[in-house]
Design a protein around this ligand. Sequence first.
Ligand SMILES: *[C@@H]1O[C@H](CO)[C@@H](O)[C@H](O)[C@H]1NC(C)=O
Ligand SMILES: *[C@@H]1O[C@H](CO)[C@@H](O)[C@H](O)[C@H]1NC(C)=O
Ligand SMILES: *[C@@H]1O[C@H](CO)[C@@H](O)[C@H](O)[C@H]1NC(C)=O
Ligand SMILES: *[C@@H]1O[C@H](CO)[C@@H](O)[C@H](O)[C@H]1NC(C)=O
Length: 459
Amino acid sequence: MPWEHKAVLLSVLTVCITSLVLGVEERQRDECADLNNTTWLEYQQQRVKVQVQYLLLTRRNVDCAQMFTQETLTDTQQPSYLNTSLPTKVIIHGYRAIGSKPSWVKELARALLRVQDVNVVVVDWVYGASFAYNLVVENYKEVAVQISVLINQLQKNGCKLESFHFIGISLGAHVAGFVGTLFEGKIGRITGLDPAGPMFKGADTYDRLDPSDAQFVDAIHTDSDYFGISIPVGHVDFFLNGGKDQTGCARSRFASILIYFPVYGYVICDHMRALHVYMSALNGTCPLMGIPCFSYEDFLNGQCVNCDVFKGRCPTIGLSENCGISMSPIPKEQKLFLLTSSSPPFCAHHILLKLEVSRLDKSAEVEVTLRTGGLGKDQTDTTVYRTVLPFPLALCEINTIELKNTGARFYRQGDIHVKSVCLSEFPSLRHEEPLCVNNINIRRGAPWSHDLVQVCGFY
Ligand SMILES: *[C@@H]1O[C@H](CO)[C@@H](O)[C@H](O)[C@H]1NC(C)=O
Ligand SMILES: *[C@@H]1O[C@H](CO)[C@@H](O)[C@H](O)[C@H]1NC(C)=O
Ligand SMILES: *[C@@H]1O[C@H](CO)[C@@H](O)[C@H](O)[C@H]1NC(C)=O
Ligand SMILES: *[C@@H]1O[C@H](CO)[C@@H](O)[C@H](O)[C@H]1NC(C)=O
């Protein structure tokens, strides 16, 4: 567990250094196809704006993609590994600042193939997606039109329209959305991984991803203040850690200026987090559940702690049908919130902390520390009365709670009488009682702590 090496200070906006998002490109065997790439020089010399080619990966050729194009797919000719009776996942990458091929495609394809026996079709439009962002945005509909021609052909060959699931990253999400528009929402599913924001925020639903583009549309938002879109675009929209800044990603006010430099991979840490969380969710180590709420502030204040609107089942990131939502009709543009940790598998337990104190004469500040048996697994929060904390372990593994009176010297409150401090975990299927300690006096400079004797039960 990556948590073991870190003490996480919740209330402090720590700046952590992350490794580059873009991994090292893998070497390919010669006979296997790969995504294309381009250079600025080649790009300027070419007449054609958009060139789309496709890669096919299946369980029978997980590591060796077959390349095909619109022209090579006909009624009588198709890639040998394509099985038209299986569902098809279509991966669409987004903007490529320096013309390089996306390095994560194979990992995503592999993760999908581990979960489901499908055809994975990777749309390679690196050529049209590179360099000037505004020109790339001009190209995205043309790419969608080309994809729709391909889908029509695949339908002729036996694929079912409702068995297509598009997974679009960033600008690729809007490409998928426009393919959906062209098929009048009859495509099975579209998943948008941090759908692009710049030039799309104010766009008409015709021009951007929206719930009418497929039978089910889900989206994950991780960078809605820079490269991602801040508005809900699907039936359900997961806003991770509020959807703006991700734990473990360095914050940069210069993000939009740095975009054209090689540090691009570093700068898009928040943006790429959606993809990494999605791949992690496919691995299925732990559930990443979203809690419906009106706003992130309400969520953090503990106003939303259950999924009653979904009949108790919280929507889950991943491949389960309609994210596990069984109610019908499926709601639209439903905002869902969850907290994550900073590294795979990204899951965190949501601990609700409630502090009830007697009337204070002056302002006060209380630091709460939750300790578990292991080393360094602390959580600290300088807190108000009700707050939600991401915690690496389950509530039942917390064995000490500490309170410290830490108000500013001049305005300090002498003693603070805490009527009760309560912890509970949500969403809770078992409707457990919160864990409470009542009637505590915490003096300045003398931390109070209480050991909790509890055992983790079995489900
Ligand atoms: C990508 O570019 C590099 C050099 O810039 C080249 O060696 C490589 O063959 C290219 N790959 C593809 C698939 O075009
Ligand atoms: C790959 O990109 C190069 C330019 O970088 C282009 O000349 C070539 O036609 C592309 N190949 C395909 C199949 O798109
Ligand atoms: C194609 O998929 C179907 C359904 O899973 C399976 O029955 C069939 O054997 C597959 N065909 C090939 C050639 O693998
Ligand atoms: C998913 O699992 C595979 C195999 O266990 C592992 O190699 C990969 O790193 C995991 N990916 C993520 C994102 O957790």
